[in-house]
Design a protein around this ligand. Structure first.
Ligand code: MN
Length: 194
């Protein structure tokens, strides 16, 4: 993903930050086996069913696992451009690619503290631009992330320091649109795993 995102940032992000979510989730699953037995989208869509003692921990760590799994999937060195059904949906719901990117970057810039900016997708293929605080995920509201960018400082600080706007702008060069198209088709088919 160089030069847009540096290798060291990604090593720490994947190997430490995301890994910690997995370690923590496995810890919860020891005491509450239902955490491991139930599909992640079902758990995140109904957090009230999670025992209260671990509910916040599951929200943060399972949300974090879901967000980052999506994040690694939709980035790659080849990039490309939106096409086909995804492009048609962007034009229809978000005013075109350039407007989507500008609005997404602005929304990501407005996230105060840590969080995410997403293009969400409903089962009927409707797109929307949304942000979430912390590690919350659109699955908590019955939607799915088509794509999303992590605006926690750990995602960009080594290379961009306080220049989050530059990171947001540069990040688009890493989006793998072929993967995004796969996620869009899966979301509509009801088969998008995370
Ligand atoms: Mn992160």
């Amino acid at each position: 993903l160089e030069p847009h995102i540096d290798a060291r940032t990604m090593e720490i992000h994947h190997g430490r930050h995301h890994a910690t979510f997995i370690t923590n989730l496995n810890g919860f699953a020891k005491d509450a086996p239902q955490i491991a037995a139930k599909p992640i989208p079902e758990i995140l869509a109904d957090l009230n069913a999670v025992p209260e003692a671990i509910r916040t921990g599951v929200r943060n760590n399972m949300g974090g696992h879901a967000n980052h799994t999506m994040f690694w999937q939709i980035m790659g060195p080849k990039g490309g451009k939106p096409a086909g059904e995804v492009l048609a949906a962007i034009d229809r719901d978000l005013g075109g690619v350039e407007k989507m990117q500008n609005d997404f970057n602005a929304a990501g810039g407005r996230v105060f503290g840590s969080g995410w900016v997403f293009v969400t997708v409903t089962k009927d293929g409707k797109l929307a631009l949304e942000t979430r605080p912390n590690q919350d995920n659109p699955m908590m509201d019955g939607k799915r992330a088509l794509l999303g960018n992590d605006v926690w400082e750990h995602a960009y600080y080594l290379k961009y320091q306080n220049r989050r706007a530059d990171y947001l702008k540069s990040w688009w060069n890493t989006v793998n649109w072929a993967k995004v198209a796969e996620r869009y088709a899966a979301a509509k088919a009801g088969t998008l795993a995370i």
